[in-house]
Design a protein around this ligand. Structure first.
Ligand SMILES: C[S@@+](CC[C@H](N)C(=O)[O-])C[C@H]1O[C@@H](n2cnc3c(N)ncnc32)[C@H](O)[C@@H]1O
Length: 324
């Protein structure tokens, strides 16, 4: 892929295909293993990604869990070298499943990052209410995001990511501050359980029975990040103009999250069709036509009037028959 300058009124932006210190967007068309060697040590403030899970998706060949982790370990070593001393890594994973046995990938990755001296700050649960229904185990409804830092000095802009408090009117009931509001006027800490987009995905399911193709952000990629999930990491863990890097960029969701908040962004993607979509989405971001779910939009709550929330007549009839 050659460098491109795309003049779009009112913004001109350039997507570089190789690292350049003064670039604002780099999208490397190839393997992260090769790209790592071209970026200076200590230059990246945030690495945020969802790596391949070794599930045999269209973009990966399935191998043993041991072999998979060996490959990832070598990449992680290179990534840590690029990370600034006060930088963070957010590694979002789910389960690898073999013959019905579940291998929670974050358990394996935790050891890899610890071996390299990183410290875990949060194990965020990303909860969602949709997905495949299991019949021989409980249906999986969350994945995790491991947030590690390279040192004890790290950026955490809590005020940037506060969410509305449930009870803003709550008061101190004793002491010097008795009668004064006890919360923070900027909102509360979003906690380590994130329901980002979950309910919106579900509400799409209610409208038309194909959640994936009807979510506003959905592309052809089978395992896409919601932009909002990455935005929270970008806002909390970086400052404007910092480098945000997604080594497994897919259709560019992390890059878009960084660009939305005036960060410099870089990503690697080996599959040409995803790269092409990423380039289009970046273009749509700059010309204002990219559809994303706005950060912090309140989660959807069913009213009870939707047909899908009501018990089917056939089941009610069965209950009556059982009682008879
Ligand atoms: C789980 S997906 C990430 C999707 C991404 N978060 C998004 O929102 O589009 C992993 C991506 O990494 C890419 N990939 C896998 N191994 C890679 C490697 N060694 N170098 C670069 N890209 C790779 C795959 O093609 C796939 O698109």
């Amino acid at each position: 892929m050659a460098d491109m300058t795309l003049p779009l009124f009112p913004v001109t932006y350039e997507i570089h295909s190789a690292y350049q210190p003064d670039a604002r967007i780099v999208l490397y068309p190839g393997l992260v293993e090769d790209y790592l060697k071209t970026v200076p040590s200590g230059s990246v403030r945030l690495i945020v990604t969802s790596p391949p899970y070794n599930l045999g998706k269209s973009y990966e060949s399935r191998t043993s869990i041991e072999r998979y982790l060996e490959t990832q370990s070598a990449i992680i070593e290179g990534l840590i070298d690029l990370l600034a001393d006060d930088g963070s890594i957010c590694w979002q994973v789910g389960n690898y499943v073999q013959d019905g046995e579940v291998f929670p990938l974050d358990i394996y990755y935790y050891g890899l990052f610890k071996q390299h001296g990183l410290s875990l700050r949060n194990r965020v649960i990303w909860h969602f209410g949709h997905g495949l229904h299991a019949s021989k185990r409980f249906s999986g409804r969350y994945e995790t995001l491991l947030w590690f830092t390279k040192s004890k000095q790290y950026i955490f802009n809590l005020d940037e990511v506060r969410v509305p408090s449930k009870y803003p009117g709550k008061l101190h009931y004793k002491g010097d501050k008795r009668g004064q509001p006890s919360g923070n006027p900027k909102g509360k800490n979003p906690s380590d359980i994130w329901e980002v987009v979950a309910e919106d995905w579900e509400s799409c399911l209610w409208d038309i029975p194909n959640v994936k193709s009807n979510h506003p952000e959905k592309t052809e990629h089978p395992c896409q990040f919601p932009v909002e999930l990455v935005e929270r990491c970008v806002l909390a863990l970086t400052q404007e103009d910092d480098w945000v890097f997604d080594p497994f960029a897919g259709v560019g969701s992390s890059l878009i999250a960084g660009l939305r908040h005036n960060r410099r962004v870089m990503g690697c993607e080996k599959e040409p069709q995803y790269l092409e979509t990423a380039v289009h989405r970046i273009g749509d971001h700059f010309n204002g036509t990219l559809k994303t779910r706005p950060l912090g939009r309140p989660v959807h709550q069913p009213t009870g009037r939707e047909k899908v929330t009501q018990t089917p007549q056939e089941w009610l009839q069965h209950e009556k028959d059982d009682e008879a």
